[in-house]
Design a protein around this ligand. Sequence first.
Ligand SMILES: C[S@@+](CC[C@H](N)C(=O)[O-])C[C@H]1O[C@@H](n2cnc3c(N)ncnc32)[C@H](O)[C@@H]1O
Length: 290
Amino acid sequence: MERIAREILSPDERKYLIKHVDIIGDIAVIKIHPFLIKKRFLIAKCLLKMLPNVRVVYRQVAPTSGSYRIRGLEWLAGERRSITKVKEYGCSFIVDIERTFYTPRLSYEHMRVARLVRSGEVVVNMFAGIGPFSIIIAKYAEPRVVYSIDINPVAYELMKRNIEINKVADKVIPIHGDAATVVLRELINKADRVLLPLPMLALKYLPFALLALKSQGGFLHLYVNVFVPKDEKPCKRAERLCSIALNALQVDCEVTSCRRVRSIGPRLTQIVMDIFVRKGYCLNSLISSP
Ligand SMILES: C[S@@+](CC[C@H](N)C(=O)[O-])C[C@H]1O[C@@H](n2cnc3c(N)ncnc32)[C@H](O)[C@@H]1O
């Protein structure tokens, strides 16, 4: 982007060029300041020439939103497609950046959780997307099974393809639907570990994650976004949020780890809490519709 700035922009325009580029497989996603909007196609063509491994350039026009967590995109240059292949830890994933959620910024988290899974565990991934957590767990740990749920039909179809490509069909069961409904229908008392990698719904769906855990308890991986005022630690704030929710459900538990996953915006941070739950509450009190 520095080179583009020098080659095609005037000194006055240069200060408006947003230099960050997201690379997803062979697709680049850039942001354009309104001051440079008329030059967006030129900037994209230039970027395409400079990055030999990039075949498509998109511009992000809106942040991730909606229940499928999809970002608003505008095609700018290169091949007319939104599907690409990405690699994480030797696993391949087909991603559709216009119709499914995917960010390489969760890659460390995918492997971190996989390393915690013990041999023979039953895992429920309530918000699986195109499947990276589930598939990396199946490849690198020895789970008995991973139930991998997503409500977006396109993400579900890609998750099925990704399960095939990575040869983990004996370990990962893809399920299309709302995670709460799926748990109530078929996963009560089944899991040693439940993943809730969707900050928007994690606390609301906590009762269903608890229902999915086996009667002897197990682990939760709870992702939340916290707005942090100056001088406050994001983890402290997340733990407080989470303990209010867990106390209300009368759950005996312990936060075993709390870490910052990524920055989401100004003062907005994504946090993951690993929580060990000793099951000792009345299941019926948890059952209500989502
Ligand atoms: C943040 S993305 C998941 C990311 C994925 N785990 C990864 O690591 O790439 C959240 C996913 O939850 C799905 N989702 C949203 N609401 C849901 C629900 N009620 N039940 C199941 N999945 C849901 C969305 O379609 C989206 O794919």
